[in-house]
Design a protein around this ligand. Structure first.
Ligand code: TRP
Length: 448
């Protein structure tokens, strides 16, 4: 993506855009977070509510964010300022853009800690440390890691440095082209793991857990978690998709493109679940183990497989790449904000943004050890950052984006821009004006 100049640059092709958007969407949210949330929230009930949220709320909001970005032709803050002014509305819509910058910063701080876990696992499967040569059993590896703030800090720092290097060096395009090959490989790796899962005794139970709902588990908390995750996994609500949309040409079909990105993202998340849960049940583990689920279970599969550790290295390396392509999309808004609003250069802005995020990340990683007793509002710092963003900021800013698009922009122009047929117009009208916004509001207030 070229730096914005007087004439705003555009994507070289629709493919380049799809890759960047998918690179941002597909990440730890799909492979690490989704399965553990499914486990925490009672299995299939969560999966079904999540799918409904993706289709009825996530997809229309993704389309709205791209559309706003394409109309504003600038970063989210300027875009909201400009569109608000053009539509003779209050300049306060700019708050949506500002919330996006702040939210990206908060998310990246704990995201980088998990990216660090992924890097650590890439290394320790490569060296064999995870295969018991360190004297720690595979089952205890993760707990031991969490108890070592210095080690966590080392890998968190490394992850942040890589992210910083890419954003500062402006080499995101190269990474996105690489992701074109690596993303399919990640899918292949998941398929191999699902195949392995089929050979275990836990597969049937896993399928039932993920797809056969126990409705007694349904409650407001589960629905809010599913809604928040729909935003998180599609990178919504932080202005990131808006920023990407600002580089889009008029000829791109937003709805079709959104469908592609959403389907890819969802398939990868479901695949991750079907890779992890058979191992959980075959080993008699607890599906609601929380944020460590992926890191505790998959190594058990790797030590049982032929060439398992080598395969584990490949898997965690691919996971790390997916995490980095998402992380750069989180560092970018903060960097751009500093670059535009302060005298700092591009590199200095990226550095300050990365440094601040890194510092907050330290508080997140200490939550697992030294500061585990510090629990404001009943959450440790890591969970607090997650809950504050996914359950509060993302839904509210996403809501603002769709309300603005559906209620305040010229609706005839929007329908034309989306290239909707007669049925599509009716559907868009009801979904964007009523279903999606009311859905967010109801879920939100219901669970408060
Ligand atoms: N969607 C990414 C994932 O699933 C994380 C992410 C990147 C994100 N950019 C975002 C989440 C913006 C919320 C908002 O891993």
């Amino acid at each position: 993506m070229a730096k914005q100049s007087h004439t705003h640059a555009q994507w070289s092709s629709r493919t380049a855009f799809v890759l960047a958007a998918t690179g941002s969407a597909v990440g730890l949210g799909n492979i690490w977070k989704f399965p553990y949330m499914v486990g925490d929230s009672g299995g299939a009930v969560f999966v079904l509510v999540y799918l409904v949220c993706i289709a009825l709320i996530g997809l229309p909001i993704l389309v709205s964010e791209w559309l706003l970005g394409r109309r504003g032709q600038s970063n989210p803050i300027n875009t909201m300022q400009k569109l608000g002014r053009d539509s003779k509305l209050s300049p306060d819509w700019v708050l949506v853009g500002i919330a996006g910058v702040l939210g990206s910063f908060l998310i990246l701080s704990f995201y980088s800690v998990v990216g660090g876990w992924s890097l650590n696992y890439t290394w320790s499967t490569l060296t064999g440390d995870l295969g018991q040569s360190s004297g720690v059993s595979v089952g205890d590896y993760f707990t031991t890691l969490l108890g070592q703030p210095g080690t966590l800090l080392f890998w968190h720092t490394l992850f942040m440095l890589v992210t910083f290097g890419i954003v500062a060096g402006g080499v995101k395009g190269g990474l996105e082209r690489a992701a074109k090959w690596l993303m399919p490989l990640l899918i292949v790796a998941l398929v191999v793991l699902i195949g392995f899962g089929m050979s275990t005794s836990g597969f049937g139970q896993a399928a039932e857990f993920m797809f056969s709902p126990d409705w007694s588990k349904l409650n407001g908390g589960v629905i809010l978690a599913a809604l928040g995750h729909a935003f998180f996994t599609l990178s919504l609500g932080m202005g990131i998709m808006m920023a990407y949309g600002s580089y889009l040409g008029q000829e791109v079909d937003l709805i079709k493109t959104a469908r592609t990105v959403v389907i890819l993202d969802t398939v990868i998340a479901l695949g991750a679940g079907m890779a992890i849960f058979p191992v959980v049940f075959a080993n008699g583990l607890d599906p609601s183990a929380g944020p460590g689920l992926l890191f505790v279970t998959l190594p058990l599969a790797f030590i049982d497989m032929p060439w398992g550790l080598a395969f584990g290295t490949i898997f965690f390396a691919l996971l790390t790449v997916a995490a980095v392509t998402s992380a750069i999309s989180l560092l970018e808004p903060v960097t751009e904000f500093l670059e535009e609003r302060t005298p700092l250069s591009r590199v200095a802005s990226a550095f300050v943004a990365a440094l601040a995020t890194w510092a907050l990340g330290i508080a997140a990683l200490l939550a697992f050890n030294v500061w585990s007793g510090f629990q404001p509002f009943g959450f440790n710092v890591f969970d607090l950052l997650d809950a504050l963003t996914s359950k509060l900021m993302l839904p509210l800013t996403g809501l603002a984006a769709i309300v603005f698009t559906a209620w305040f922009l010229d609706s005839e122009g929007v329908k034309q821009e989306l290239g909707l047929g007669p049925k599509g117009r009716v559907l868009w009208h009801y979904v964007s004006r009523y279903v999606a916004p009311i859905g967010v509001v109801v879920v939100f207030f219901n669970s408060l």
